[in-house]
Each structure stands twice: as C-alpha cells, then as structure tokens.
Ligand binder design. Structure first.
Ligand code: GTP
Ligand code: MN
Ligand code: MN
Length: 399
C-alpha cells in the first residue's frame, strides 16, 4: 500500500516494524558510519546509544533514494542530534571524523578482535583489554582458561570470521535435513535468520525445526546432534534444553531476552565437496574479489602467506557457525517471527507491542495485557494482524 511517490519520505513511520526495508540500501555511506558507531557503543556496554544509532541507520535504509542534503531529512523520525552530526560530516567531508577515529582506535580494534571469538562478549573483552590483552596471540600467552565454546571458536577463528555464503548455507541445510529426517521423519525444517530475509552472506546459518503433531518434537535435538556427531559434521555443539514448560512465569514475560526453546549452538565441519553438490548458480570461489576485500581478520598464523601457500593450506572443509532451534508447532509462528530478524526489526516489534498495544511479544507467544489472555496464531500474518500492523514479508525486514 506504500505510495512510491516522493512524498513518502516525509511520512516514514517511526517503528521499523511499520516499514518495508529491503536489502537495497541507497545510503550505505551513512548507514555504515552509523552502524559502526552502534557497534562501538554495544561493545562498550552502552546499549542505549547503540539502539539510537541502529534506529537512525534503519530510517536511512528505508529511504528510496540517496540523501544528498540535510534538508531532505526534515521530518524523519529517530534522527537524533548525534546521528545528524555524523550524517552532516559525511555529507560535507566524505567521511565522519568520529567514525574514522573510532575505527583506528586501539580499543575498538581490540574489542573487535576479541569479540570475534564466539562466546566472548563485550564484558569479557573489556576485562581482557584492561589487563593489556589486545590480540589473539596475547590472549593465548595469557594465563586465561577459555571455556569450551571460546576454545573451539578460537581454533577456527579465521573460518568463523569469514562470511558464510548462501551456497554454504544451502549445503548445511541439506545436511541438517538428512539428520532430522533420519531421526524424526515428518519433521519440518525452516531456514531462518538473515538467509530467510534474502541476505547473500551471514555470520552463521539458522534453522527452526518443528513437527506438525504437537509433542513429537520433544527430545528431538539430542537425537539430531547425535546423528550429526556420528557422521563427523560437528566441531562443537552446546545444546540447551527447553526450559519453557517447567518455568513458572508466563511465556510472554521471560525473565531475559533469551528464549527457552531447545536450542543448539554449533560449529559445523562443512566439507568443500558438500558445497559443490548443491546449486551451482552463485558458487563463490576463494579468489573472488569480494572475498579478498572483506574485513581483514587477524590471522593466528603470523605469516600472512602468499596466495599459493594459502592454497596449499586449503583444508578440504571449513568451519561454519550453525544455530538450531526446536519449537512445538503451537509456537512455531512466534518462533519463526522471532528468529527471522533483523535484530532491530525484532526489537521494534516488541517495543510496538508493549508501548502501542499493551501486549507482550516473545518467540513463544503474544499476550494481550488488556484482555489478560494469550492470542493464538499459526502464521506470521496472524501475528502482524493481532499487533495491528501491516504484514511485512521477511525480505522487507532488513531494518
Ligand atoms: P547473520 O547471521 O549475521 O546473517 O544475521 P542474522 O540476522 O541471521 O542474526 P543472528 O543469526 O544473530 O540471529 C537471527 C535472529 O534470531 C535475530 O533476529 C535474533 O534477534 C534472533 N536471535 C538470536 N539469538 C536469539 C536468542 O537467544 N533468543 C531469541 N529469541 N532470538 C534470538
Ligand atoms: Mn544468522
Ligand atoms: Mn544465529
């Protein structure tokens, strides 16, 4: 229903879940700058500032043309003074001095390197930096004992910090499908996260598993994990049980943001030939310019290595982060909506529900505080309808 005329920009609604945000971004120069400041804030335990920058970036992502003048931003929501200063700087000087300064700061660089280890959050990284640990070799030389997730992630650091392609995601999907089908025929597997939104790369691959008969999904995860382990597909896994049924507080009011589905954080060992076995359409090889242009990740190996030594060192597999979630069919629509993202879109949906509708939305349920009852839904469309929102398909949730 959105009118494509010029006027549209002046009526950008303020919640990201009211807007259609595709992957086509006409303002990357601004959104990259704001996203970097958001990341820096989040890594510095300043979540409020982080969200403000994320919201500002999301508004610019939703525009249909590039911003060339500050005047074009009049009337747009979520653009605070700080974000406007950054945009102004980029418009006038081609770059934001604050962003350039942050990028080059030792602190930011160290935070990035250390939180590049899966299982290392901002707080841990901060503590290590205070102790003078700024790099991976320094971390390894320190007396710190790492937990299992951190060890596994450090071991596969370069692989895990290299974007996962859609082709790799599809190859993992086939493996997961085989695993699930052999332990529970009739179960259903859905690709969630960034790939469901149409992204071409991601930091991991996410899957939601359910069964059309309520209850049949109970105990599924350990079986899937055993199958995968027996076939040598897992480098690391940590399964957390479903704590939803045994918890006392209402499902829509979880004590934390973390939901309580049976869930598995894992690192897959993806054979290179498994990738070739799937769709050949956009298979990226190691030499694509796009790939070499990616954010340089610090290598554990001191020697940078020429193209030929890199090739000689090529393993016949690569490590990929994979998230598996199991949901009962009665909660499937909520899980699907909650795990498709983007993170900001999800946050905004919950904010909309709470502030505008007096409802509590989680990945398990939707509770209407006015009527004091749960609202059922068997599709994402129904949840949007309950929330009084126009339905936004996954490809337009890239806020
Ligand atoms: P890339 O992986 O970088 O492509 O982005 P992504 O959008 O797939 O992000 P990610 O895999 O981190 O998360 C996917 C979605 O799942 C996001 O919308 C998150 O908000 C959501 N999510 C991640 N972890 C949790 C969690 O512990 N609980 C809940 N409820 N949602 C989560
Ligand atoms: Mn993901
Ligand atoms: Mn994930």
């Amino acid at each position: 229903q959105v009118d494509e005329s010029k006027e549209v920009e002046s009526i950008v609604p303020s919640y990201a879940c009211q807007r259609r945000t595709t992957l086509e971004n006409h303002n990357t120069v601004f959104t990259d700058a704001l996203s970097l400041l958001a990341e820096n804030a989040e890594l510095s335990d300043e979540d409020g500032r982080g969200v403000a920058f994320r919201r500002a970036a999301a508004v610019l992502k939703a525009l249909h043309s590039p911003v060339t003048d500050l005047l074009q931003l009049r009337g747009l929501p979520c653009l605070g003074g700080h974000s406007l200063r950054v945009i102004k700087d980029v418009l006038e000087n081609g770059a934001s001095s604050e962003v350039e300064c942050t990028k080059q700061s030792e602190r930011f660089k160290a935070l990035k390197v250390l939180t590049g280890i899966f299982g290392v959050g901002a707080k841990t990284a901060e503590r290590w930096i205070r102790e003078g640990i700024h790099s991976l070799p320094q971390l390894q030389d320190s007396a710190h004992t790492l937990n299992r997730a951190q060890q596994a992630s450090l071991e596969h650091y370069d692989d895990l910090n290299q974007p996962v392609t859609k082709a790799e995601g599809d190859a993992i999907g086939e493996i997961v499908e085989k695993a699930v089908m052999s332990v529970l025929p009739g179960a259903q597997i859905t690709l969630i996260g960034g790939f469901r939104r149409g992204k071409l790369t991601g930091h991991d691959v996410d899957f939601l598993i359910t069964h059309p008969e309520e209850g049949r999904e109970v105990g599924l995860m350990p079986k899937v994990v055993s199958w995968l382990e027996s076939k040598g597909f897992l480098l690391y896994q940590k399964t957390t049980r479903n704590s939803y049924l045994e918890s006392k507080d209402g499902p829509a009011r979880p004590s934390s943001n973390m939901d309580r589905f049976e869930r598995c954080f894992s690192i897959f060992k993806l054979p290179e030939d498994a990738k070739e076995g799937t769709k050949q359409t956009e298979t990226l090889t190691e030499e694509t310019p796009e790939d070499t242009g990616r954010l340089t990740t610090p290598s554990l190996v001191k020697d940078e290595g020429s193209e030929s030594t890199k090739r000689a060192n090529l393993k016949p597999w690569r490590a990929v982060r994979v998230d598996l979630v199991v949901s009962p069919i009665s909660q499937f629509a909520f899980a699907l909506l909650g795990w498709t993202g983007s993170k900001l879109f999800e946050r905004e949906l919950r904010r909309w529900a709470g502030h505008e509708k007096a409802m509590s939305l989680s990945s398990h349920a939707l509770y209407d505080n006015t009527q004091s009852k749960y609202l059922r839904a068997s599709s994402e469309e129904e949840i949007f309808a309950h929330l009084g929102l126009e339905y936004i398909p996954p490809s337009e949730r890239n806020a």
